[in-house]
Every structure is written in structure tokens, then in C-alpha cells.
Write a protein of this length. Structure first.
Length: 281
């Protein structure tokens, strides 16, 4: 059984016609389920929780959550295997408000993601990495994503090592303050902390093909992280993080091979935020 549990409608809007473009692509690629997981900041009710009004005013779409819920629930009523989801940015200062908001709606799954380190949206523009201490960036990212995974608020952590999006890796060169280091050992420590947080809270990790389309040129998460998650019994979902219909189910043959190579034989599907394991198709 194959599904795409990370799809966004934002570029063409909340309409049945737009949603069906994604559904049709999923059907054409033989996917059994598709989960719409719109970014929370695109909804006027959630936008303040991003706590970055300048970004919202420039990139937010001003959707209404009730219209989104009605659209996806309508697809379900028509018999399509659609799931109602949402992707929330983990913002420590507003996470309590996010939890209260999520309890009001009949979501099938909630993805938690980290895109911001302080005021830095690290996955927006490659040039923003100029002169950034890569070790510091990784340390802060994994501190935040571990907190997100351990919060118990999310069903799944999206693109768990997205910090590598533009290809910067802590093993690439010497640390500016210490001269040299074992980057692989540092990564192992970060991976272990994330897997422990997810295991303790019962949170899934997402295996995403989006990294294959970005400069990272690697699926999320890295194989070492995925193997460790499998060893410790952390479940996974499969996803493309599609923003265009043609990205739905993108490079899923590679994604399935990646998950199987790490030791996985099942993936998680959700209904009403309840997880169920099913064999990888």
C-alpha cells in the first residue's frame, strides 16, 4: 500500500478543481491514499501562531480553515481516499495555542515541521547560508525538532533533517571555533536524540522524496537516521511534500527502496489521528 501524506494546495488555491488535480495524479501513480496537509500559516486563523507577520504578509494565502475542512471532507464524501491534514511550524512561543487550535477540527493527521531558527527561515534562500556556522545551524535545528517530536502534539515530523536542504553538512569542513571535529559522531548524537524523542512520544517520522528535488539530493531523512529509527521502532509515513500535482508520488520507487534499505516493511496510515500500520506496497 502506497500513499502520499504531504500535499499542499496553496499555489492554486482551495477549490475542488485544484484538489482533483492532485487526486488524479495520485490515482495515475497507483497511490491508495493522499493527505492534504496545508501549511498552517496560510489560514487567517493560524497565521498569528507563526509569529512572523512579515513573512505571512508576503507568502500567506489568507485561506479560511472552515473552507479547507469542507473541501477535503467533501472529497471524502464523494468516495475519494483523501485525508484531512495540516502542517504546523513548531514555534516554541506559540505551541500551546497551536495545540488548542488543533483540538477543534477533525484532522486525520498533523505534521509538525521546523523551518525557522529564530527569525531565520533556513530553507527559503540558499544565499541566507552565506557566513552561517553550519555546526551552530545543525545544533539549533535538532534542538528544535527534538522539542517538536517530544511535544506529543504532532502525529508526524515532516522532513526530519531538512536542515541539509541546500547541501550544507557539518561533516564538510573544520569547525571555526575548535579547528576540527568528528562530524559523523555529532550527527549520530543529533539523530539519537531525535529518535528518542519520537519514540517516547509515539510520533512518526516522515520519509520524504522532497530532498531528492532539492540541492540536498537525498531523501529525508538520511539513511543513518532512518536505520536508527527503525531499530528503535519509530514508525514512518511516506510523502512527497508536493506543491504541484506532478510532484504527487514523486520518485516513490526510490523512496520505497530507501525505507526498505533501512529495515522498514510497514508504513503508517492515519484516520482521525489514529495510526495504523500497513505493509509497504
Amino acid at each position: 500500500m502506497l500513499m502520499d501524506y504531504h500535499v499542499h494546495l496553496e499555489r492554486a488555491g482551495l477549490s475542488r478543481g485544484n484538489a482533483m488535480r492532485f487526486v488524479s495524479q495520485a490515482q495515475a501513480r497507483g497511490l491508495s491514499e493522499i493527505a492534504f496537509t496545508e501549511h498552517a500559516y496560510n489560514f487567517v486563523e493560524c497565521a498569528p501562531m507563526l509569529a512572523r507577520p512579515g513573512y505571512v504578509s508576503m507568502h500567506g494565502h489568507g485561506f479560511r480553515i472552515d473552507e479547507y475542512v469542507a473541501l477535503i471532507e467533501g472529497l471524502k464524501d464523494e468516495g475519494f481516499r483523501a485525508k484531512l491534514g495540516i502542517e504546523f511550524d513548531y514555534i516554541p512561543e506559540t505551541i500551546g495555542h497551536a495545540a488548542e487550535f488543533l483540538s477543534r477540527y477533525p484532522f486525520d493527521l498533523v505534521i509538525g515541521s521546523v523551518h525557522w531558527i529564530g527569525e531565520w527561515g533556513f530553507d527559503i534562500d540558499a544565499s541566507s547560508w552565506n557566513d552561517v556556522d553550519v555546526e551552530w545551524a545543525y545544533s539549533r535545528y535538532f534542538e528544535l525538532v527534538c522539542a517538536a517530536a517530544g511535544s506529543g502534539i504532532f502525529d508526524c515530523i515532516g522532513h526530519p533533517d531538512v536542515i541539509k536542504v541546500f547541501g550544507a553538512r557539518i561533516a564538510d569542513g573544520p569547525d571555526r571555533s575548535r579547528g576540527s571535529r568528528d562530524g559523523r559522531r555529532e550527527l549520530a548524537g543529533y539523530y539519537s536524540a531525535l529518535v528518542s524523542a519520537a519514540s517516547e512520544s509515539g510520533t512518526c517520522l516522515e520519509v520524504s522524496s522532497a530532498g531528492l528535488r532539492r540541492p540536498a539530493r537525498e531523501a529525508y531523512p538520511a539513511m543513518d537516521l532512518l536505520k536508527l529509527a527503525c531499530e528503535r521502532g519509530v514508525p514512518i509515513t511516506l510523502a512527497s511534500d508536493a506543491h504541484e500535482p506532478e510532484e504527487v508520488g514523486s520518485r516513490y520507487d526510490e523512496l520505497v527502496t530507501w525505507a526498505r534499505a533501512a529495515g522498514y516493511r510497514t508504513v503508517t496510515v492515519f484516520g482521525g489521528r489514529q495510526p495504523l500500520q500497513t505493509e509497504i506496497g
